[in-house]
Design a protein around this ligand. Structure first.
Ligand SMILES: [Zn+2]
Length: 316
């Protein structure tokens, strides 16, 4: 580690400690001047989690989402503004399973200092998780693409909100019930759309392996060029092997992702074309981030419907 980086780290931690002291002297912001308890301050990392808390809590909490549309959580680093939001939060809700790969140390340090943190992946039983490889206990972090996983996560987050803010317990309970029903409707919608696609065509090729839980839950074969994290670039051998698979199976379309640079899939398309088989780009999918707030794809349910329609329309 160079002296310059050490110095910057020390400055950052000094800043964090100062923030912590300020927030402690304010009583953590839980009691307002009028003596009434203020709103619970929730900080979320991914757009999927921000949407989930919005669905469950509405305006009952003060919500701050760190990542925006098109942001890749594997590569996201907390800026100074984020660190101050995290330290002022009553609870930090994050995905876990190393999805937020560059924030793992920060979450660990906060937990050690007694900060309330919730890694939502903790609620998914190991039997439902997809191992990254047989030899380690690392699991695929893209749990939201299993709608049944997301239902568990919704229950987990709602229970935590009830515990932290019992005054609004009934609201959280009602919202959870409503949202669970909407997730069941989403599952039916996805199954219905897929039923129109012959089984031989249920193969999804994307830039990185974000869709494993979708594949597991809905009977799709999924292949990502970059593996489970975008931190590792695809090598020439990966491109060559996947191109051969696509040409051999005559897969009609590949998909780009909104949070991953398009060049990886374009390189794959070129490699397939070079084999004399023409494959098209089937469209852009939302993988690790939702669309713009205020658009249908800005919610988890809208995002999933958009993805499944794009996939089925391009592959049929
Ligand atoms: Zn990912």
């Amino acid at each position: 580690m160079t002296g310059k980086i050490m110095f910057r780290r020390n400055v950052l931690w000094l800043f964090i400690i100062l923030l912590l002291m300020v927030s402690c002297s304010n009583g953590g912001g839980t009691a307002g001047a009028d003596g009434k308890k203020g709103k619970v301050k929730v900080v979320t990392t991914t757009t999927m989690l921000t949407d989930l808390v919005e669905q469950l809590a509405g305006n009952e909490v003060e919500l701050n989402g760190l990542m925006g549309p098109g942001v890749d959580p594997h590569l996201y680093k907390a800026g100074e503004g984020d660190v101050s939001k995290l330290f002022n939060a009553d609870i930090i809700i994050y995905n876990g399973l190393h999805l937020e790969g560059k924030m793992v140390d920060l979450f660990g340090k906060m937990k050690k200092q007694g900060k309330n943190t919730l890694a939502v992946a903790d609620t998914i039983p190991a039997s439902k998780l997809i191992p990254v490889d047989a030899s380690s206990n690392h699991y695929d972090p893209h749990i939201w693409f299993g709608v049944s996983n997301w239902k568990m996560v919704a229950g987990y987050v709602a229970r935590k909100l009830m515990e932290m803010d019992p005054a609004h317990k009934e609201t959280y309970r009602r919202n959870l019930e409503k949202y669970t029903g909407e997730l069941d409707e989403l599952t039916a919608y996805i199954r219905n759309r897929i039923s129109g696609l012959p089984e031989s065509k249920r193969v999804l090729i994307t830039a990185h392996d974000a869709f494993g839980y979708f594949g597991k839950e809905f009977g799709f074969e999924v292949r990502g060029l970059q593996g489970i994290s975008t931190m590792s670039e695809a090598g020439a051998a990966d491109v060559k092997n996947l191109a051969a698979f696509i040409a051999q199976r005559k897969i009609p379309a590949l998909f780009i992702e909104s949070s991953v640079p398009h060049r990886t899939i374009e390189a794959l398309q070129a490699a397939v074309n070079a084999k004399g088989y023409r494959v098209k780009i089937g469209g852009e999918l939302f993988s690790d981030a939702l669309g713009n707030p205020g658009t249908p794809e800005g919610t988890y349910i809208g995002m999933y419907k958009y993805n499944i329609n794009t996939i089925v329309n391009a592959l049929k």
